[in-house]
Design a protein around this ligand. Sequence first.
Ligand code: HMG
Ligand code: MG
Length: 364
Amino acid sequence: SRPDFVRIVEVGPRDGLQNEKQSIPVATKIELVERLAQTGLRTIEAGSFVSPKWVPQMANSSEILEHILRSPPRAPHPITYQFLLPNAKGLDNFMSIWQYQGSAKQGAYPTPPPTPTEERGPALNTSSEGPNVMPSATSGTEAIGKDRGSSEPSSVADVELSIFTAATETFTQKNTNCSIAESLKRFEPIMSRAKELDLNVRAYISVALGCPYEGPNTDPHKVAELAISLLEMGADEISVADTTGMGTAPKTAELLKTLSAAGVETSDMALHFHDTYGQALVNSVVGLEHGVRTFDAAVGGLGGCPFSPGATGNVATEDLVHLFHSLGAKTGVNMEKLSEVGEWISKELGRKNESRAGKATLTS
Ligand code: HMG
Ligand code: MG
């Protein structure tokens, strides 16, 4: 069936930046989040509470969380910010900021003074999406998605937690220094605290379509088994990740069939493609055809996992948005604004803008 709305989870500030070698000023990271918040994106993964010895680039995530809680980016709609954490220590570090600032769901932060309109720029403009986008795709400010839409400017940030494990033992060891079973054990206290605090939890399953250590043929049944365990533990969403970009259209279809046969609903699932082999868009279409409606991406195609040698960035958000709009689906994202963010952050980092659709949008 034709998709009408596709939700994009922007992971650029986390997955996109975590592997950058030079240290990125926290002000640049915050500016990236602020700029993304103006594009119509509704979910942004903004940082991670992992060991700074393992991933130094994410060491200042607490400052980003603090900023978001204290003065949530003024966006045309509510935005959910996700933070990645691997264990109870990460949760404690997250909590020390989050608890101090109060719960978003209780609306406990002071509302920041309104920003003058000229500094913020106009609200999302539905007519500025460029000539090649189908009329139904110019979604702009409409209220869309499962209770995530509102045309009122929002000054409250909703926060969610992301946990992560992997479908092979070797990758789990390399990434988190534990076995798959131990990683699930580590999630138990995180899940129970999250439920008490009414925080949503998304769970990633890495190397679902190939592992840098165990080869290209990850067992789809292992992915399904993990997805079921994580859902039973209380995860609100499973993000099935092609960490290495080894996924192909037939492998993606097989994995999705296996997940469905095991009872994993597509409404509980997101797909997270890295684009190492340039297959992310075609794999996304396979995902859409199987009913998946949530996709992760990073603006400008930023990213890579420090523990997946050779793997390149996430699929570029601009490329996904262009694809979904071309299929008549709404994303709520303004392609021009998004493309400008991709160009800006690529320049800031001194790297090539990896989004073809983004570059084309800016030159057309
Ligand atoms: P470990 O060294 O085994 O940890 O690391 P430990 O429990 O033995 O503790 C050692 C020290 O680290 C202690 O400090 C702990 O307090 C500290 P000390 O007593 O020596 O001073 N520590 C921490 N500090 C800060 N935050 C924490 C934390 N935990 C312990 N959370 C650990 C185990 C899991 C922490 C480590 O392996 C780690 O941080 N791994 C994360 C790796 C990572 O961030 N990978 C990238 C993200 S996942 C990804 O990109 C994939 C994804 O995009 C999907 C896909 O594409 O596949 C999501
Ligand atoms: Mg990733």
